[in-house]
Design a protein around this ligand. Structure first.
Ligand SMILES: *[C@@H]1O[C@H](CO)[C@@H](O)[C@H](O)[C@H]1NC(C)=O
Length: 332
């Protein structure tokens, strides 16, 4: 009995592995004071590059690049590191209420995977609620022809910790405006929402329409830890999708933080030099690709398509054998 359970387990692990190799990855990463001084640390830049190169589209937050050199340097590093793809970026203006502290939203993307079809800096002019945000969402529309959803809109937000409840609620108004303006239901909201621990009290959640209204799917659960520090466990960074058809286009259970400290075997101190947040990410389903002989196969993203395909095939084979053996044992 024990060995058959083991086989079943390996079967399940195999299935998860295969899913992990597929899909179009969207990430959101708070880079914690990204600017001149970070760009001068080559090991930090290398880790940032490795993290961002995993994503088809990556939202960067806390970009504080007043000299406007750190971001071009990061793009340069990405394009040198991953020569299978070409990376480009769209960035907001420097946003913030005070002259001395501003941040930009930046979307880094693979030019072969998406095209930018619209940009909208939310003007924060809603009658009765003018200037709701400290960092107004810089909304970007993407066309992604190889995904089942084909086209989607990303609404970024890095909330001000002390105003989290208010700003999260106001994001609902941004969502309504964008749906109307671009006549689309396929909207994702993402970023460091500060939506946990001391910044979003349980009793305040009923006042947040982004939580209470129907048709919104919070993909990163409340118990998730998106913070690097071992001493903290908070689900600050979130991904929320609007609409059932967008939810169906998500690879099930693919939304999670990316623990780069563990993945790249860094000490806590080394990881904190990169950021105090983990990125969060989610996979969109790829369109099935019709090959020349008419058979349908799966489209893969990633750096080594053929290698991936071979591993996938051999995994299917071992899955088949494993499940066959498990079945035999169970029926003995
Ligand atoms: C919180 O929001 C209010 C009203 O929108 C604003 O006046 C205040 O400056 C905000 N606080 C911070 C720290 O941004």
């Amino acid at each position: 009995m024990r060995s058959s359970s083991l086989l079943l387990l390996s079967f399940l692990v195999g299935v998860c592995d295969i899913q992990g190799a597929l899909g179009f990855r969207i990430c959101a990463f708070n880079l914690h004071h990204f600017g001149d001084s970070k760009s001068k640390k080559s090991d930090v830049m290398q880790t940032l590059t490795r993290i961002i190169a995993r994503c088809d589209v990556c939202l960067l937050q806390e970009v504080r690049d007043s000299k406007e050199k750190a971001l071009p340097q990061l793009l340069d590093s990405l394009n040198r590191y991953d020569t299978d793809h070409v990376y480009d970026a769209v960035a907001s203006e420097r946003l913030g209420r005070s002259e001395s502290y501003k941040e930009q939203y930046v979307f880094v993307y693979r030019t072969g995977a998406v095209t930018v079809t619209g940009e909208y800096q939310y003007p924060d002019d809603l009658p009765g609620d003018v200037d709701a945000f400290s960092r107004e969402p810089f909304v970007v529309r993407f066309k992604a022809p190889k995904t089942v959803i084909k086209e989607f809109v990303l609404i970024p937000q890095h909330t001000t910790p002390t105003n989290t409840t208010k700003e999260l609620d106001a994001l609902y108004d941004v969502l309504q405006r964008v749906r109307k303006m671009w006549k689309t239901e396929n909207v994702m909201l993402l970023g460091d929402f500060n939506a946990d621990c001391g910044y979003l009290a349980k009793k305040n959640r009923k006042h947040v329409r982004l939580i209470t209204e129907r048709n919104l799917y919070w993909l990163i659960p409340d118990k998730t830890d998106t913070t690097v520090r071992a001493a903290t466990s908070c689900a600050y960074d979130r991904i929320v999708v609007h609409g059932e058809s967008f939810d169906r286009a998500i690879v099930p259970s693919s939304a999670k933080p990316f623990n780069f400290q563990m993945e790249y075997q860094l000490t806590e101190e080394q990881a904190l030099e990169v950021s105090d947040h983990y990125p969060v990410e989610v996979l969109l389903k790829d369109l099935p690709k019709v090959t020349s002989n008419g058979a349908s196969s799966l489209t893969l993203t990633g750096t080594q398509e053929t290698a991936n395909q071979k591993t996938t095939q051999s995994k299917f084979l071992s899955l088949f054998v494993a499940s066959h053996l498990a079945l035999q044992m169970l029926t003995q």
